[in-house]
Design a protein around this ligand. Structure first.
Ligand code: HEM
Length: 390
């Protein structure tokens, strides 16, 4: 049996390409204890979905296992049903009222402008000049808020993203806390000043129960912050990964350029193939088993989406990029009560970027060395230099 210790998520080779070691884990020790992460690792698709389905046994809310959660972190993401239900349906209903086809059309226009500007130079930076500005504009458009200055916001967002690896690297925790505080001030201003009359947050403001107490109000604002920062950083990472995958598979990029009908399925397959969210965690509220392996009460469990999305028991030929893959219910957007609230908006944004790229007069090619962010939680690029010139 392969000890899970050989999985070192921050090892440069693993950051570069985690799929071989994840495949080895999935085949040889699909549910295994990892000393460094002090958690069980779960790598098979069926086991990940079984855990995510069972929120009575596997808690997201760490308070259910006697831990404390800072008030600033209490949001839709950290609560479990039934406490989570009110805030989750408030945001889900707000999303349903948004005109997503119109959002997608605006995202396509914005992506086309960014691509045209980038094409004027021999080389450009996909993350800073395309993925980040497009994601910020889509998330602000969706929420109905003004865009903050990209550079400052991106720095705060990166600090929050890095702090998710606090268990492996404690030095990232405090900068993350400070950045969260900075963003809280911005988010509060959306609730205290006269906000825009349209957009998702206008609906949230109008439908927050009149008698909401301070705690409920805090959940709503914290959830708005998670939508904003989490939505931006995951979108940015997803776009970078998707565009990188297309440059690494020029034949797939050519197929996409020739066939507009491929776009919706391609947007799903690219998130399955190399999605941004590497996994999520839960805590066992009582002694239980996963695939026959005993899990003691109180133990953390990490569900590795990146491994599950390449599980051959669920996806035929999982290491192949198949832009028209069928039955592609991957875990890139999670599963169950904590699945991504922004899925439909995110899918629209990925499609918009692919459509703009597809119709641009030249394909995208890399021009230099790429570099991944050293992160265990979010798979993303720090540098992705490319060209749109012939
Ligand atoms: C391609 C882009 C995106 C991907 C791949 C993605 C992926 C995910 C995943 C995997 C989860 C579940 C995490 C877990 O179970 O712990 C999640 C949760 C969430 N996502 Fe996304 N996301 C994306 C974009 C967005 C956007 C644009 C928004 C909002 C504007 C958003 C808002 C949220 C929220 C609020 C949650 C927490 C839901 C809950 O815990 O109930 N996401 N996302």
């Amino acid at each position: 049996m392969l000890p899970a210790l050989t999985y070192e998520p921050l090892d440069p080779a693993t950051v570069n390409n985690p799929y071989p070691v994840l495949a080895a884990l999935r085949e040889q020790a699909p549910v295994s204890w990892h000393d460094g992460m002090s958690s069980w690792l779960v790598t098979r698709y069926a086991d990940c979905t079984a855990v995510l389905r069972d929120h009575t046994v596997f808690a997201r809310d760490r308070r259910r296992t006697g831990q404390t959660v800072p008030a600033a972190s209490l949001s839709v993401q950290s609560l479990d049903p039934p406490d989570q239900a009110g805030v989750r349906s408030l945001f889900m209903n707000a999303l349903r009222t948004q005109d997503l086809p119109a959002l997608e059309a605006r995202a396509r226009d914005r992506a086309s402008v960014l691509l045209r500007e980038a094409a004027e130079r021999p080389s450009f930076e996909v993350m800073a000049e395309l993925a980040a500005p497009l994601s910020l504009s889509v998330v602000c458009d969706l929420l109905g808020v003004d865009e903050p200055p990209l550079v400052e916001f991106a720095a705060a967002s990166d600090a929050i993203m890095r702090s998710m690896d606090g268990g492996l690297d404690p030095s990232v925790v405090e900068p993350g806390r400070q950045a969260r505080e900075e963003l809280t001030t911005l988010v509060d201003s959306w609730f205290t000043e006269t906000g825009r009359p349209s957009g998702l947050l206008a609906h949230v403001r109008a439908h927050t129960p009149a008698g909401a107490d301070k705690a409920e109000e805090l959940f709503v604002r914290n959830t708005a912050r998670v939508m904003f920062q989490g939505g931006y950083s995951t979108m940015t990472a997803a776009l970078g990964n998707a565009l990188h995958t297309l440059t690494a598979h020029p034949e797939a990029q050519e197929r996409l350029r020739a066939n507009p009908r491929l776009v919706p399925k391609a947007a799903e397959e690219l998130v399955r193939y190399d999605g941004p969210v590497q996994g999520t965690s839960r805590t066992a509220t009582r002694t239980t088993t996963i695939a026959g392996i005993p899990i003691p009460a109180g133990d953390p469990v990490v569900l590795l989406f990146a491994a599950a999305n390449r599980d051959p028991a669920r996806f035929p030929d999982p290491d192949r990029l198949l832009l028209d893959r069928r039955d592609n219910r991957h875990l890139g957007y999670g599963w169950g009560t904590h699945s991504c609230i922004g899925t439909r908006a995110a899918q629209a944004c990925v499609r918009a970027a692919l459509e703009a790229l597809r119709t641009h007069r030249t394909p995208l090619r890399l021009t230099g060395r790429t570099r991944r962010q050293p992160s265990a939680t979010m798979r993303t690029f720090a540098t992705l230099p490319a060209t749109l010139q012939p």
